[in-house]
Design a protein around this ligand. Structure first.
Ligand code: SF4
Length: 105
């Protein structure tokens, strides 16, 4: 069971099928991710579904397998990607700890 409360079979179901991760991206000098209009050749841009989903890693060696361990490291996934954990709830304690770490007040 993952932090998302899903087993391995439910993992794929977290995807919202927005298709954004399947578009080429650029990163500006400040680290901001810019999504281009160029989609992966295997993305159906109308349905936003992968046309080779079951065989994607076999057919396209550049396709990235999203795992719970990998997702937090990928700055190019949109903030509302279904695989991202829900945002942290802010409590007085978490805000105090954040201030100690030098976060915004
Ligand atoms: S960005 Fe996330 S939610 Fe959108 S298609 Fe990609 S994996 Fe699914």
């Amino acid at each position: 069971m993952s932090d998302h409360g899903t087993d391995a079979a439910g993992w794929d179901g977290l995807c919202r099928q927005c298709g954004l991760c399947c578009f080429e991206k650029l990163e500006d000098g400040r680290g901001k991710i810019i999504y281009t209009g160029t989609a992966c050749r295997y993305l159906d841009v109308i349905t936003r579904r992968c046309k080779i989903f079951e065989r994607r890693f076999e057919i396209n060696p550049h396709c990235v397998k999203l795992t719970e361990e990998l997702v937090p490291q990928l700055n190019w996934l949109p903030p509302d990607c279904g695989y991202r954990p829900p945002p942290e709830k802010f409590t007085r304690k978490s805000c105090r700890e954040r201030r100690k770490r030098g976060g915004r007040r």
